[in-house]
Design a protein around this ligand. Sequence first.
Ligand SMILES: CC(C)(COP(=O)(O)OP(=O)(O)OC[C@H]1O[C@@H](n2cnc3c(N)ncnc32)[C@H](O)[C@@H]1OP(=O)(O)O)[C@@H](O)C(=O)NCCC(=O)NCCS
Length: 173
Amino acid sequence: MKEKTIILETPRLLLQTWTEDDLESLYALYQHPDTLKFYHNKPLTLPQAQRLLNELIEHQKKHGFSLWACQLKLTQQIIGFAGFMTLEDNLGIDLGYHFTRLVWGQGFATEAAKHCLNYGFNNLSFERVLAMTNPNNQASKRVLIKIGMIFQKQIIYKNKPFDLYQIDKNYPG
Ligand SMILES: CC(C)(COP(=O)(O)OP(=O)(O)OC[C@H]1O[C@@H](n2cnc3c(N)ncnc32)[C@H](O)[C@@H]1OP(=O)(O)O)[C@@H](O)C(=O)NCCC(=O)NCCS
């Protein structure tokens, strides 16, 4: 067992760093078609999940933050992830989240994202956080609005259209 670091705690979740032992958990998050609708389209293969896991571990090492594994306190299962990644071209810090289909609609994304924002502003000294979502991803947009992020404009990122949301430390929504 590799050592995990708990980054932050919410009422129902522990957000922690990924380790090499988490491959199956990460892989499982990308199998249900509903969870893939707005990006990968096809279930992730194990090698793809391994590459993503490596990327998340490396991002944590390099930047001190990443998309953290969300462990349900009740069962100790990893049910999703939430946190931050750096965007290309120095665009800024992107808030992201993803939860297993089984737990949708129970407020987990909102709970995790809200605590991530607080952590980002208070512990990581972020001044501004962005979030990009597929314009048709109504659940994701609802989460962003619930945590106080404000729609800015539609943008093209990596040749795909996104709705861009923003929240500033000093001017929270
Ligand atoms: C987006 C996602 C993380 C939301 O997770 P969740 O735990 O179900 O989110 P919450 O329960 O905190 O909130 C979801 C909100 O969206 C609403 N919602 C869900 N589907 C909706 C739809 N089709 N249209 C409008 N609102 C919708 C819910 O009613 C809820 O709002 P409410 O509390 O006002 O009722 C989840 O759907 C997911 O993992 N999707 C796949 C990955 C993904 O798209 N990530 C975002 C990439 S930008």
